[in-house]
Design a protein around this ligand. Structure first.
Ligand code: ADP
Ligand code: MG
Length: 255
């Protein structure tokens, strides 16, 4: 039961900045093991939504629940511990190899203390080895096995984006938040990343919240779509219904 993926519930979340309502009473539910896309024009509130879900911004009103746990107002590291991992619209990787970056993702799961690790105590060494094995498994799952020991700085953009996703997966999340995962990628990289996203859902059973502008990708991948416009939810539903929704066409898809 520990591995069961809970529902993510966003209830009437409002976020105000001085003089601006970035999110206006937005609600949606992410079903366990599904891909839920959040779409909308620039400035609609998509990144703000992610920042609330990951604890970077505090909701002015409303609540966020992951299963039984209320996440509203918790610090980012607490929310991460409860099972929400994210990637950013712009790549945030550290120096070093792919393995180094993935091991950073394991950090929150490491039980051995700093001293035990520094002294290379056998228990700490064993634990590190287990984390490295798991990091390699996740790298292979994300089609990064061949570059596991390569410096990230030398990798093409599309591959680095996948490293970021793999690092988030190394936290063993229940929900993965992906902010524009294929932005700036070429066609081949898009296809590869789309396959990776689908296999995270189908192979790991993790829920995914996906912000993306690539409508083709959304139509192919998403189980449900929420459309934001000026901070308001204007539609929610199956991709086929969303594509035909007159208000969505007016606000976003353009006709
Ligand atoms: P999207 O990701 O859909 O393009 P954002 O969530 O980034 O939109 O932004 C929604 C609105 O909130 C925009 O008008 C943006 O300028 C504003 N906004 C976002 N973050 C802040 C902030 N930290 N302070 C003030 N305004 C912000
Ligand atoms: Mg954004």
């Amino acid at each position: 039961a520990d591995f069961a993926i809970p529902e993510l519930n966003v209830r009437a979340v409002t976020v105000r900045f001085a003089g601006l309502v970035a999110l206006d009473a937005v609600s949606f539910t992410v079903a366990p093991g599904s891909i839920h896309a959040v779409i909308g024009p620039n400035g609609a509130g998509k990144s703000t939504c992610f920042n609330v879900l990951s604890g970077v911004y505090k909701a002015t009103r409303g609540t966020v629940h992951l299963g039984e746990h209320e996440l509203t107002g918790l610090a980012p590291h607490k929310i991460a511990e409860l099972g929400i991992a994210r990637t950013f619209q712009n790549i945030v990787l550290t120096q070093g190899t792919v393995a180094d970056n993935l091991m950073l993702g394991r950090h929150g799961l490491t039980k051995a203390g700093f001293t035990a690790t520094a002294l290379h105590l056998p228990s700490a060494v064993r634990e590190q080895r287990r984390h490295r094995e798991r990091a390699r498994e996740i790298a292979e799952f994300m089609d990064l096995g061949a570059v596991f020991d390569a410096p990230v700085g030398l990798l093409p953009y599309g591959v680095r984006k996948r490293v970021e996703m793999a690092r988030a997966l190394c936290m063993e999340p229940k929900v993965l938040l992906l902010d524009e995962p294929v932005a700036g990628m070429n066609g081949a990289e898009r296809v590869r990343t789309a396959e990776a996203i689908a296999s995270v859902r189908d192979g790991l059973g993790i829920s995914i919240v996906l912000v993306e502008h690539d409508m083709g990708l959304i139509m192919r991948l998403a189980d449900e779509v929420t459309v934001l416009d000026f901070g308001r939810r204007i539609a929610s539903g199956h991709p086929d219904a969303i594509r035909r929704d007159p208000e969505v066409i007016r606000a976003y898809l353009g006709a």
